[in-house]
Design a protein around this ligand. Structure first.
Ligand SMILES: Cc1cc2nc3c(=O)[nH]c(=O)nc-3n(C[C@H](O)[C@H](O)[C@H](O)COP(=O)(O)O)c2cc1C
Length: 330
């Protein structure tokens, strides 16, 4: 398929990624129900949230459940974090045994607790240990291995360049760059020029990430950086249809109209998938805040958000959605 950047999809190792779009790992958000919506909207690759390598190897049922999946969302990338090469290798083997298509390593998380444990973005300034982890994981699995990094601890991007080279030399199959420094957290602006720089020094695919808010931003990122894939995080949380808009733009097709019917249908599918896969209690709790995403800006959205605060069952949630659709919540 031709498109406006001349790129259709790409490959990560032997896994075909059908187009340029990737749904970011988002702790607490990118669970199976939301990943399925992203997939329905055309997203080519979905990622689990970060999963503790230690938790996986200690066989905590709760941790294993984070890998719940269905064939519909394939290919699936499962992300692990940790600081010990042997534990990361064992966790990667578990990820592969559980059926993931790709194992992704988190070198980007800037959250204090993670940094304190020496994992996530702490590894951006531990190139020797980072290399050991990447090689241990590479050796432990046959599926493709990818790594997700940040700019590093300063804005020069030199640490990103160093880790990127180590990753490629260690046999990593693709790299995602979120070009913010650790200190920036999620504030300020992502420095896309660093994506271009890292793309220019690597042979493996580079996935660019950071600050795709409107579909047009994705086209701009592709053009400005030459990246192979485009990862979208926060903008897809309440708007999974952004993937269909990005794809239409790249293919030079008419943008799909995102009307209230499409949004309510997405909400119902999210509700069903949540109750099907998470169990009644957890799903009901999640629906109390998350159904509100889908009605943002629609008439009656405020009242709807109030009405869902005490949802206790699938039936009750469905009735409230129907009331909203029929104009009874205004
Ligand atoms: C709530 C939240 C949770 C996140 N969880 C993860 C995670 O588990 N693993 C990871 O690599 N990045 C995580 N990130 C970072 C995102 O994957 C992404 O790199 C970042 O949000 C920038 O992309 P965006 O501007 O498209 O949101 C998280 C970000 C947010 C806001």
């Amino acid at each position: 398929m031709e498109n406006r950047t001349g790129r259709a999809g790409f490959r990560i190792g032997d896994v075909d990624i059908a187009n340029i779009t990737v749904f970011a790992p988002l702790a607490g958000f990118s669970n199976l129900p939301l990943r399925l919506l992203a997939k329905e909207a055309g997203c080519a690759l979905v990622c689990s949230e970060m999963i503790s390598a230690r938790g996986l190897t200690q066989d905590s049922g709760k941790t294993l459940r984070l890998m719940d999946s269905t064939p519909l969302e394939k290919p699936l990338s499962v992300q692990i974090f940790g600081a010990e090469p042997s534990v990361m290798a064992s966790a990667a083997a578990i990820v592969q045994a559980c059926g993931a298509d790709i194992v992704d390593i988190n070198f980007g998380c800037p959250v204090k607790k993670i940094l304190k444990s020496g994992s996530g973005a702490a590894l951006m300034k531990q190139p020797v240990l980072a290399g050991e982890i990447l090689r241990a994981v590479r050796k432990a699995v046959t599926i493709p291995v990818t790594v997700k990094i940040r700019s590093g601890w300063d804005s020069t991007g030199d640490q990103a360049e160093e880790i990127a080279r180590i990753a490629q030399d260690s046999g990593v199959n693709a790299l995602t760059l979120h070009p913010r420094t650790v200190g920036q957290g999620f504030s300020g602006k992502a420095d896309w020029t660093l994506i271009r720089r890292i793309k220019s020094i690597l042979d493996i695919p580079v996935i660019g990430n950071g600050d795709i808010v409107q579909p047009e931003d994705a086209l701009r990122m592709a053009r400005e950086t030459g990246c192979d894939g485009i990862m979208i995080g926060r903008s897809a949380i309440g708007r999974p249809w952004i993937f269909s808009q990005v794809l239409a733009l790249f293919r030079n097709e008419k943008m799909p109209v995102i009307d209230s019917l499409l949004r309510l249908n997405a909400m119902i599918r999210y509700l069903d998938a949540s109750f099907d896969h998470l169990g009644d209690r957890q799903a009901a709790l999640m629906m109390r805040s998350r159904l509100g995403w889908f009605v943002k800006g629609l008439p009656g959205a405020g009242k709807f958000r109030q009405s869902i605060k005490h949802i206790a069952s699938r039936k009750e949630a469905m009735e409230l959605i129907m009331d909203f659709r029929n104009g009874n919540i205004q």
